[in-house]
Design a protein around this ligand. Structure first.
Ligand SMILES: [Ca+2]
Length: 97
């Protein structure tokens, strides 16, 4: 029998699931286009990415910055860079509240 998942394992699984929950909405199903990114940020990161949630230019800049291969889509590896930045910013807040 599989062991119960830990909090960290569950968090990792949630990140993967949330990416796919948004990426499948518009083809190709394993990539996020800008509209899907906007929905993901607005629904799943409204407190951590306030500017990008409210401001289209900020979202455009974020997309451009993350889209390393410039295909106007974010693959999971490109998306993970955003997750990593948010994680680091969150950790900084814990150190310097
Ligand atoms: Ca891309």
């Amino acid at each position: 029998m599989a062991q119960q998942q830990t909090a960290l394992e569950e968090s990792i699984e949630n990140i993967v699931n949330i990416f796919h929950q948004y990426s499948v909405r518009i083809e190709p199903r394993d990539l996020l286009n800008k509209k899907e990114l906007r929905n993901l940020v607005a629904n799943e990161l409204p407190n951590f990415l306030k500017k990008e949630t409210r401001n289209q230019t900020a979202l455009d800049d974020l997309m451009e910055d993350l889209d390393k291969n410039q295909d106007s889509q974010l693959d999971f590896n490109e998306f993970v860079v955003l997750v990593s930045r948010v994680l680091q910013a969150r950790q900084q807040q814990t150190l310097h509240p």
